[in-house]
Design a protein around this ligand. Structure first.
Ligand SMILES: [Zn+2]
Length: 381
């Protein structure tokens, strides 16, 4: 099953075993970065590492056996399916003791890992979903209006409306009286049509909570329709494409994705720019691992910026979960800290726990010049 919605994550999170571990397995399967052989080797290394962790956990026999069975099933699944696997990531959740098994195909790569816990470990799934923008694209002409939902690279027609408003005033009547009347009638028909279009869009917004709204149609129609839109829709209005309601969904998808790519680049450029500007004037940003982790520990981070796929080791406190670069003693609670292989991964999780936004910035960017990690702060302390 493909990961497409929050509901799937919520459903998965409901599973809990009182007795056994649930094994959560995440795998980066992007073939552009690695060969099939390397991916399978990663599976082997992960499961071996998980086995030794399981030994250290010292759980009772039945619990251990269930988890070992999970690992065996994961290995079997991977060796059978990875050869022809086309998605960027894979997530498997297993609790053999309770006969629980779930497969999720991921549109983006997670960090490869295995986690044992009572529940399925779903945070990486939420992280993937927050990277996706839901777009509502309304394509309209005088004849009809069509609403498309574009999400995770797929398009669905979600609503439509018939207008059938004559495009031109026909020459008719005497002394221009009729043509004026027809024009007035035509304008009020168009007004009604736009009003319905606005209401439908707003209803769809309430239902689907799209992030961006695109409105496409002829120049002569758009200004009047835009003027009638609800302020919430205006706030989300991000652009238009050269398409009409008669175009195929695949053409509309292609044009929507073009706009989306541009918007994402612009949005991230703007974010990095304002982050760097704040940094320069000593305002509401910090850069570099040490400072960013400090701010993160104190819950002061509004937006965490990380160069995509940047990874480095660090330390974390098992007692208060503070993160640090290399302090052996936790600066918050004076406990001994432990080494972690990837402190960036932990920083991203901690940010999500504290309701901070996380933005992965594609290199090259100005973020690389200041340590590949930084934060925009909620307030100045
Ligand atoms: Zn601590």
């Amino acid at each position: 099953m493909k990961l497409l919605s929050r509901e799937q994550i919520e459903d998965l999170a409901k599973f809990k075993s009182e007795k056994y571990f649930t094994t959560s397995f995440f795998l980066d399967t992007k073939k552009r970065r690695q060969t099939k052989k390397e991916i399978l080797l990663a599976v082997k290394n992960l499961t071996n590492k998980a086995k030794s962790i399981l030994q250290d956990l010292g759980s009772e026999k039945a619990v251990k056996e269930s988890a070992l069975e999970d690992l065996a099933q994961i290995q079997t699944y991977c060796s059978r399916h990875l050869g022809s696997y086309g998605n960027s990531g894979l997530a498997l959740f297993s609790c053999s003791g309770e006969n629980f098994w779930q497969v999720l195909f991921l549109p983006n790569s997670p960090r490869s890992r295995i986690v044992f816990d009572k529940n399925p470990y779903v945070r990486p799934l939420s992280a993937i979903l927050t990277e996706y923008t839901r777009i509502c694209h309304l394509v309209i002409d005088r004849k009809e209006a069509k609403w498309y939902d574009v999400y995770m690279g797929e398009i669905f027609l979600i609503d439509s409306l018939t207008g059938n408003i004559p495009s031109q005033i026909k020459e008719g009547g005497f002394l221009g009286y009729d043509s004026k009347r027809i024009e007035r009638h035509n304008t009020s028909q168009l007004h009604e049509y736009f009003k319905k279009a606005d209401q439908k869009t707003f209803a769809l917004f309430k239902k689907n909570r799209f992030d961006w709204f695109l409105l496409s149609g002829k120049d002569e129609l758009l200004p009047d329709l835009t003027n009638m839109l609800h302020p919430y829709l205006i706030e989300r209005l991000k652009g238009r494409a050269r398409v009409s309601p008669g175009d195929s969904p695949s053409k509309i998808l292609e044009k929507t994705l073009e706009i989306k790519r541009q918007l994402i680049i612009q949005e991230k450029e703007k974010l990095v720019e304002s982050f760097l500007a704040e940094l320069q004037k000593g305002g509401l940003s910090v850069a570099g691992l040490t400072l960013t982790l400090q701010k993160l520990n104190r819950g002061e981070v509004q937006t965490l910026l990380v160069t995509r796929h940047y990874s480095t080791p660090g330390r974390s406190c098992p007692n208060c979960r503070s993160l640090c670069e290399d302090e052996k003693i936790c600066p918050t609670c004076q406990n001994k800290t432990e080494k972690v292989v990837d402190i960036i991964d932990q920083a991203i999780e901690s940010a999500m726990d504290k309701n901070s936004r996380v933005k992965h910035i594609n290199p090259p960017s100005g973020l690389q010049g200041v340590g590949d990690i930084g934060a925009i702060l909620r307030y100045k302390s």
